[in-house]
Design a protein around this ligand. Structure first.
Ligand SMILES: Cc1cc2nc3c(=O)[nH]c(=O)nc-3n(C[C@H](O)[C@H](O)[C@H](O)COP(=O)(O)O)c2cc1C
Length: 416
């Protein structure tokens, strides 16, 4: 497939490496269209870029009257790479400022973006730059982190643009999967269910919905038509995601099962109550002198139901929130619920699980059926044979990207 890349070049000294980056993409059969800021031209010339790409170099939004380059270019591309990305460009991207061609097309961009920041160390560690990088990462931009070394200003420290090889490799991975889920239907669940005791009280859990929302966004970025069924959360989904709000475990069961048959992929990241009050009181329960016993009954097991009714080729992914025996419990769940993959996380850790922005997960597949990457390990937990990938501590957005990558690979493997 001919891959199409928009290549943003901003006004940092590392822009002198842009022609070398273009050469690498050409070797890999990627068509590159450069978009350069006016300050970018202080460091690289239009003549060099035009000679290398054999096409126009974009910079001025108003060059051709009657044309809309800020809309047409992002529609044309499979992805956007910005290298170097200045502090100024990160700030504009993070806050939706649209005052030149590059920043305006970023606002309109619905494709993945890879940003390679490069700047002086003091600028890189500043609160504003770090805050903007986090905002952009939370919205799904892939950051190629700067490395340590001699900076152009003859100082040392972190801020030097990532190596060309790393940038190109990361961009190729994104390009290979960009649009990979086009035509696919994906259902994701998120958030916490609420089980009513009486008109003013309910039972719930600590789920914030962040993980499921991030998975839904990652799937949508790969071109899937996404339906997000969510229990309670304060988050707002992207407008191109169909959003279904539910309250109780029973509502979630109904909303999911009625849609399940149409889906190519179902990812269950919601924290659904296992138990619900046996009877919801019509009026507020009044306090009395003694204690109180609340009778609970089991809710329907949505994941098990989906596993039992899975149609051929459909991919079912579960999440398991555990506080001990993580891999054993996750492996047991894979088997019991007929899952294709499970994302297992330790919700007892301070920096992972409920409410925080980071997660430390392991991905598990049933042995034999896995389209798992080569670096995965094989293991047997509680008598269940699995292949698993232990991931480092990552932002929930990056965990979601990893889940979407693995699902994409599973779909391509089953299509072969
Ligand atoms: C010699 C020189 C080198 C610069 N290098 C960088 C840099 O590496 N990173 C950065 O964020 N800004 C750098 N700047 C500052 C930017 O050029 C400046 O913030 C500019 O407004 C960025 O515009 P742009 O983001 O639209 O390209 C440099 C400025 C000069 C004078």
């Amino acid at each position: 497939m001919q891959r199409r890349l928009l290549f943003g070049i901003t006004g940092g000294i590392a822009a002198y490496k842009a022609p070398l980056i273009i050469r690498e993409f050409q070797k890999r059969n990627v068509t590159v269209k450069p978009v350069v800021t006016s300050h970018g031209f202080q460091f690289v010339t239009a003549a060099t870029l035009a000679a290398l790409t054999g096409g126009p170099v974009y910079s001025d939004m108003f060059e051709q009257q009657g044309e809309y380059p800020h809309l047409e270019l992002p529609r044309w591309a499979h992805a956007l790479l910005v290298a170097p990305a200045t502090a100024n460009c990160l700030a504009k991207f993070a806050w939706g400022v649209a005052d030149d061609l590059l920043s305006t097309l970023f606002v309109a961009l619905k494709k993945p973006a890879i940003l390679a920041p490069a700047m002086n160390h003091d600028m890189w560690v500043s609160d504003s730059v770090q805050h903007n990088v986090r905002l952009l990462e939370d919205r799904g931009a892939r950051i190629a982190p700067p490395g340590t070394g001699y900076l152009a200003c003859v100082e040392q420290g972190v801020g030097r643009m990532a190596d060309i090889e790393t940038i190109v490799e990361q961009t190729m991975q994104v390009l290979d999967r960009s649009g990979a889920l086009e035509g696919r239907r994906v259902l994701v669940t998120a958030g916490a269910t609420r089980e009513s005791i009486d008109p003013v009280r309910f039972i719930t859990n600590w789920s914030s919905g962040k993980m499921g929302f991030a998975v839904a966004a990652a799937m949508a970025r790969r071109g899937a038509r996404v339906t997000l069924v969510s229990g309670h959360t304060t988050l707002v989904p992207a407008h191109d995601i169909e959003f279904v709000r539910v309250t109780s475990a029973q509502d979630m069961f109904e909303a999911v099962t009625v849609r399940a048959a149409d889906m190519d992929v179902i990812v269950k990241a919601a924290a659904v109550a296992d138990y619900t009050p046996a009877a919801r009181q019509e009026h507020k329960i009044k306090k009395s002198g003694g204690g109180m016993t609340l009778e609970l009954t089991r809710t329907k097991d949505i994941l098990k139901h989906l596993g039992e009714n899975k149609r051929p080729g459909q991919i079912l992914v579960g999440f398991s929130a555990e506080t001990r025996d993580l891999l054993e419990n996750a492996a047991a769940k894979i088997k019991k619920k007929n899952l294709d993959m499970i994302v297992c996380n330790d919700v007892s850790a301070k920096d992972a699980g409920f409410g925080v922005d980071t997660n430390r997960v392991a991905l598990l597949w049933p042995a034999g059926k896995a389209a798992a990457p080569d670096h995965c390990e094989k293991g047997s937990f509680g008598g269940v044979k699995v292949v698993y990938e232990q991931c480092e501590l990552m932002s929930k957005t990056l965990v979601a990207e990893r889940v979407a990558d693995r699902v994409t690979d599973m779909l391509s493997a089953s299509a072969r």
